[in-house]
Design a protein around this ligand. Structure first.
Ligand code: SF4
Ligand code: SF4
Length: 218
């Protein structure tokens, strides 16, 4: 009996396992720790000592009739010393006739990371300059993170944020929706930083034809 001849097939080579050495990311401003800091516990104790020192110092001031650090008992008390760049309550800017400057483009609602802006728009064929406008513009303050991205994204300067914070105290989260009426408080006639631009002078028909020709040649 003859044994069958096996074809000369080599077994597949075992997969090469390469060990990639993990390279720890180095931040440009990474501090260099001393052995004392690396020991961890001394730094924890140092932090506790700083906190206790500040606590005792403030307590000593208040006990001896001097003014120590102040805790604001919100909502009974409200601070008035907000930083100039504090991002507080949203306001919707208005045109001189009181209508919202917003064109309901939805850019703010799209960019909002918390998805808390809801806009319902209407169309007005009698206003060719602003055919689209909001009829409902609401922000859910129970979820807004006050990042200001909506203000950055607006192409019309139609939404801003005041320094002062909104009145957020409520036992019902549905009361924390800010409506369009509550936000339409910016008065362009009183804002010295952004006075409303003067009305453009109406062009003569011949001027507008010439401008059209100029722009079509570019
Ligand atoms: S401040 Fe930020 S979270 Fe709040 S509505 Fe604007 S984009 Fe959304
Ligand atoms: S507030 Fe500005 S970004 Fe938001 S819908 Fe109105 S125009 Fe668009």
């Amino acid at each position: 009996m003859t044994t069958p001849i096996k074809p000369d097939v080599k077994p597949p080579a075992p997969p090469v396992v390469r060990t990639v050495k993990y390279a720890r990311k180095q931040y440009w401003n990474e501090p260099t720790m001393t052995w004392w800091e690396k020991a961890y516990l001394p730094e924890v104790l140092r932090g506790l000592a700083i906190t206790t020192g500040i606590f005792l110092r403030n307590m000593g001031k208040w006990i001896t009739g001097r003014r120590g650090a102040v805790t604001t008992y919100y909502p009974e008390e409200k601070r008035a010393d907000f930083a100039p760049a504090n991002r507080g309550k949203h306001i919707l800017t208005q045109r001189p006739d009181g209508s919202p400057q917003c064109i309901a483009c939805n850019m703010c609602a799209t960019v909002c990371p918390a998805k808390v802006i809801e806009i319902e728009s209407a169309f007005d064929i009698n206003d060719p300059a602003h055919p689209k406008s909001p009829i409902r513009f609401e922000i859910d303050y129970s979820r807004c993170v006050f990042c200001g991205l909506c203000v950055e994204a607006c192409p019309e300067d139609a939404i801003r944020m005041e320094q002062d914070i909104p009145n957020l105290v409520s036992g019902d989260r549905y009361n924390m929706w800010l409506t369009m009426d509550e936000m339409l408080t910016w008065n362009p006639k009183q804002d010295v930083l952004k006075p409303y631009p003067p009305k453009p002078v109406a062009l003569k028909v011949s001027d507008s034809i010439m401008r059209g020709r100029e722009s079509s040649t570019h």
